[in-house]
Design a binder for this molecule. Structure first.
Ligand SMILES: *Cc1c(COP(=O)(O)O)cnc(C)c1O
Length: 361
């Protein structure tokens, strides 16, 4: 039975990449060593590293005045690092509360003494839509933090909020490389790799040159300027995770790049949302214009039926569709590596489930 893994993260990876890792594993480029065993200072790794960075720059069209930095500690550590590095003038940031990860980012900023103003929240709508930004006061905030894709609640910004008067910082963990954003509109972007770019252990930070190097004596492992200067090798980087991300980036290039991925992600999520919108049993609670392409949340309204859906789906090879405990119901994560056939199988399963359910009730 083919298994389709709809996990929100760590998540499914391209089958070709898994195969490549398997082939490379015992002896990378006939070196007699696996990638797990080579020095981060070796020529073998240097090549992996440079290629991964360049491919990321090409795919995202990252301008030359932006740094691409590789960190450990997950996106969660960037909730600390970003305010430490970037909230250095007003020591105050603005936040749009779009759900769990936005809230977490605000909480961590506060822990390092930065004031956080929540300008709008969609909590009262159970995060089934995005908060909106009416206006942003000038000379008040170091930046506005947004979560471009809300992994748990299933919303995503297609149109970015207007931030003429401050910098925009985006947590892009769950739609990084899954849909096109203009990097120039951001002061900084952060993303953990384990959703759409490979395996856990690597976090990407893309940050504009002129924003860094303003705070002396930051903890070294959180210092954007130091990581830029040391080309992300102040200490041992996550070698294997960077290697895996490199393979995913090459795969993305072979598939046609970000625009092609966005096109496919629209087709995949569209297939599922269309079914849900026409179903009498299932429902997608997020309003249409704010729906995520990568994390589709849906419910029946009855937790017992939801539970049956989740367990019967797993028996059919459609695994990890249980919703996040904060939201309940189901969630299908349709990252780049999820093939269209996987979503077709899921929709067929849901159709059958609904038919059987109607037969009995
Ligand atoms: C998963 C996720 C995080 C947290 O990532 P970690 O790597 O576990 O720290 C933060 N933000 C978003 C949007 C996420 O999806």
């Amino acid at each position: 039975m083919t298994i389709y893994n709809f996990s929100a993260g760590p998540a499914t990876m391209p089958a070709e990449v898994i195969q490549e890792i398997k082939n490379d594993l015992p002896s990378y480029k006939n070196s007699g060593m696996s990638v797990m065993e080579i020095s981060h200072r070796s020529a073998l790794f240097e090549e992996i590293f440079q290629k991964a960075q360049q491919d990321m720059r090409d795919l995202l069209k990252i301008p030359d005045n932006y740094q691409v930095l590789f960190f450990q500690g997950g996106c969660t550590l960037q909730f600390t690092a970003a305010p430490l590095n970037l909230a250095n003038k007003y020591h105050r940031i603005a936040l749009l509360d779009s759900g769990h990860w936005a809230e977490r980012a605000g909480a961590e900023a506060k822990r390092v003494g930065v004031k956080v103003d929540v300008l709008d929240s969609s909590e009262k709508d159970h995060y089934t839509k995005l908060p909106s930004l009416e206006k942003l006061q000038k000379d008040t905030y170091d930046y506005l933090h947004i979560t471009t894709n809300n992994t748990i609640e299933g919303t995503a910004y297609t149109q970015l909020p207007n931030t003429d008067t401050t910098e925009l910082v985006g947590d892009m963990s769950s739609n990084f490389m899954g849909q096109r954003y203009d990097v120039k509109q951001f002061g900084a972007i952060m993303a953990g790799a384990q959703k759409n770019l490979g395996i856990a252990g690597l976090t990407i930070v893309i940050v504009r040159d002129d924003l860094i190097g303003k705070v002396p004596n930051l903890p070294s492992m959180l210092d954007y300027q130091l990581f830029a200067k040391k080309e992300s090798m102040f200490n041992t980087p996550p070698v294997f995770a960077i290697y895996a991300a490199g393979l995913v980036l090459q795969w993305l290039k072979n598939q046609g790049g970000i625009d092609e991925m966005e096109h496919r992600n629209r087709q995949k999520s569209g297939l599922l949302y269309d079914f849900l919108d026409n179903s009498k049993l299932f429902e997608a609670p997020v309003i249409k214009k704010d729906r995520s392409l990568t994390n589709v949340v849906f419910v029946t309204g009855n937790p017992e039926i939801d539970q049956q859906v989740v367990s019967q789906a797993a028996e059919s090879g459609l695994v990890n569709i249980k919703g996040h405990r904060l939201v309940g119901g189901m969630r299908a994560s349709l990252y780049n590596a999820m093939p269209y056939e996987g979503v077709e199988h899921l929709v067929d399963f849901l159709k059958n489930f609904e038919k059987n359910y109607r037969g009995k009730h």
